[in-house]
Design a protein around this ligand. Structure first.
Ligand SMILES: NC(=O)c1ccc[n+]([C@@H]2O[C@H](COP(=O)([O-])OP(=O)(O)OC[C@H]3O[C@@H](n4cnc5c(N)ncnc54)[C@H](OP(=O)(O)O)[C@@H]3O)[C@@H](O)[C@H]2O)c1
Length: 307
């Protein structure tokens, strides 16, 4: 018997386990009292852990789903892959650089497989889907996210710049989706990463913006092509969301700070976004919470493209 004169209730222990596993307990370590309780009340702990597992699984929005995030090693893709796993999915991530893939797998921690591949290379895409087929047999969720762009004004646009941007953002995305279809069951969800630039003009960003207008258009059209299979397609359009991609824009640190500050002034929320804020919107579009949402462009931009 304990000093309180009674045995504990399962929920009392559940509250403790819940607390110790939460961020609130970040400064609690090596809690000896819990270590003493564990061997004494094994049956209570077992009950509590199975109950917590059950509750966690029930509250997870993507439990049991198999997902692919292209460009899942950095920025918005990495944040989304993390959220997908937290919500119960098994996730495949891609990217061209193996060290970045290794680091991302490490960071995500569990239920993740990396496959080095370039979305603009069709042979790479075939190898990617052959691996997913072999390892999981199907694909429920696809976040076609890999993409990027560079600032080049009209007058200086080169064929190389045009080909690179369209090959990744448009051709790569198209074949990422088309080649995934044989693995996708009825009711699957596809999310395309577009951008506020799909509808807004930006200095020196015309080629990139044109690719994102094409991506948005794909969502509108593919919902017809996939109607019989009940596969949903939606676009997410992030606003200004600083990620490692911004390092490739050719701006100095000072210029970057000024750019972000000047952008924030034009955003009704008064600040730029975070990759995790985009990821949360992607989870919504991937989950059954959005089961009647199809063909939309969901702007996650603090209101920037709405004024
Ligand atoms: N950040 C923003 O403000 C913003 C706003 C609107 C839209 N977006 C869109 O969001 C998406 C992600 O951008 P981000 O800002 O998160 O960029 P990021 O941090 O640079 O991440 C880009 C990811 O895509 C991968 N990638 C690039 N080209 C690829 C290719 N050809 N094949 C396979 N993977 C490739 C990169 O890995 P490797 O380099 O190793 O291949 C990386 O994993 C892009 O489509 C971008 O246009 C971003």
């Amino acid at each position: 018997m304990t000093a309180l004169g009674r045995y504990g209730q399962g929920d009392e222990v559940a509250g403790m386990v819940s607390y110790l596993t939460s961020p609130e307990a970040a400064f609690v370590t090596g809690a000896r009292r819990l270590m003493v309780v564990l061997p004494l009340e094994r049956h209570v702990i077992k009950f509590v852990i199975s109950k917590l597992d059950q509750e966690n699984t029930m509250s997870q929005k993507l439990s049991g789903k198999v997902a692919l995030v292209t460009g899942g090693t950095s920025g918005i893709g990495l944040a989304t892959a993390k959220r997908f796993v937290t919500e119960g999915a098994y996730v495949f991530i891609t990217g061209r650089r193996q060290p970045e893939l290794d680091a991302a797998v490490n960071e995500i921690g569990k239920n993740v497989t990396d496959i080095q591949s370039d979305v603009s290379n069709l042979a790479d895409l075939d190898r990617l889907y052959a691996t997913i087929k072999q390892e999981q047999g199907r694909l429920d969720l696809l976040f076609a996210n890999a993409g990027g762009g560079e600032l080049i004004p009209l007058g200086s646009i080169t064929e190389e710049h045009f080909d690179k941007t369209f090959n990744t953002n448009v051709k790569g995305l198209l074949f990422t989706v088309q080649k995934a279809l044989p693995l996708m069951p009825e009711g699957a969800s596809i999310i395309l990463n577009a951008s506020t630039t799909s509808i807004m003009g930006t200095l020196s960003f015309s080629v990139y913006s044109a690719t994102k207008a094409a991506v948005r258009s794909f969502a509108r059209n593919w919902i017809f092509d996939l109607k019989d299979r009940q596969i949903r397609v939606n676009a997410v359009s992030p606003g200004v969301t600083p990620t490692p991609a911004y390092n490739l824009l050719g701006l100095s640190e000072k210029q970057m700070k000024e750019f972000v500050e000047s952008q924030a002034k034009n955003i009704p929320l008064g600040r730029v976004g975070t990759p995790d804020e985009i990821a949360k919107a992607v989870v919504f579009l991937a989950s059954d919470d959005s089961s009647f949402v199809n063909g939309i462009e969901l702007f996650v931009d603090g209101g920037m493209a709405q004024i």
